[in-house]
Design a protein around this ligand. Sequence first.
Ligand SMILES: [Zn+2]
Length: 128
Amino acid sequence: MLATALAGSLPLDESRAKDEDGLVAHDPAAELAAKRASLEEQLEVLRRPPEPGSIGFGKRVGEGTSQAVDRITAVSAEEKLQAMLTDVKRAQEKLAEGTYGRCDACGVEIAPERLEARPWATRCVDHA
Ligand SMILES: [Zn+2]
């Protein structure tokens, strides 16, 4: 159920953001704030304990395995979201510092296409 909710919300958020921005207006501060809010919300959902009654319901063969797989998927999703959230926070710091758009490792300007696709990119392609 969690995985379904997550899979449903992710592409929806992305397409909605694109519709509103039209890919023309590029406002990193707003995009980062929106991305951060979205990530924090998804992380909270992932970390929420399972609803009472959902565990052990409908016992059938192989359920233990599928529950374990679900757990692994959730953990890996959480790690990805957390890593992205760290990048978003760092990018917000860089905006405040005035180093936004420059690689944290070598200081070179990050390609605009890269920033367009990932406004939270804090490193150039070579140092990603
Ligand atoms: Zn670099």
